[in-house]
Structures are given as C-alpha cells and as structure tokens.
Design a protein around this ligand. Structure first.
Ligand SMILES: [Zn+2]
Length: 146
C-alpha cells in the first residue's frame, strides 16, 4: 500500500478543472479523466448512488443547500466542495470512509458520497426536497450531531 498523499493542491486544482467541464453531454469523457483521480470502485460507487437517486438536496428558504446522501446503511451529511478549498467550501462527509481515507490516511481525495454529490450537482441529478422550518431543524440537528 502506498503512502503517497493525494490531497495536495496541484491535484485538487486539476480535479476542479475536470469537474467544471462536466455536463450530461461530456459525462463519458469526464469519467475517463476522473479515473486518474479516483479508484474505479469509488467512481462506480458514486455513479451508483446517483442512479439510485440517493443524492438529496434540501433547499432552505434563504437559498442555502444542504446535501444528504442515502448510503446502504446510513444517511450521511455531505458538504460538497473540492479539496483545494480555493474559493470553495471545503468538502466534508460524515461517513467513516471520509474520516479514515481522506482525513486520517489521506489516501483518497474524497469519499464516494462527496464525489456523488459533486457529480449529481453538475449533472442536475440531485433529488430536490422542499423543506419547512421543522424539517430543516431536524436536518441541521442530524448533520451537526446535536
Ligand atoms: Zn462519505
């Protein structure tokens, strides 16, 4: 197993460029490029989540979007962004893979939930859920472990 760290800013900047090119029309091309950045299993896992309509976005009345991804055993709060953070929100996911592979060992740029959310946003495949104040309170409580 390699110890090379992938979260350096050069790689992140390249990834950001690839992501910006992504539309439904360029999906095949972009997937080829994404294979340089992610293991096949991660990529397929992310596409599978999108296929299952597992990327949920809650739009708040004041224009903020909260994302959740329905995993096979749990629902994870995802804060989509890119590892470089340059002008973007830093990505974060509440799943164990993110904590281990991304934050601790730095062997992956992101988990499949963050990748699925980034891809779904570009492809307009997020499942939009309207949300009222009560529901929003429970989403925030869940996401912040309150
Ligand atoms: Zn995750």
């Amino acid at each position: 197993m390699s110890n090379s760290k992938v979260s350096n800013s050069g790689v992140a900047a390249l990834l950001e460029k690839v992501m910006q090119e992504l539309t439904a029309d360029t999906l095949d091309d972009t997937l080829e490029k994404l294979r340089f950045f992610f293991p096949e299993t991660l990529l397929l896992g992310a596409l599978d989540l999108i296929d299952r309509d597992s990327v949920i976005v809650y739009n708040t009345p004041w224009g903020r979007s909260q994302y959740e991804v329905l995993g096979s055993t749990a629902t994870y709060a995802v804060f989509p962004g890119l590892p470089s953070g340059g002008g973007h929100t830093l990505a974060y996911c509440t799943c164990p893979a993110y904590a281990y592979s991304v934050l601790l060992s730095e062997t992956q740029l992101m988990c499949k939930h963050v990748l699925a959310t980034l891809l779904a946003r570009r492809l307009e495949r997020c499942v939009e859920r309207p949300i009222d104040a009560d529901e929003l309170a429970s989403v925030i409580a869940r996401q912040c472990s309150l």
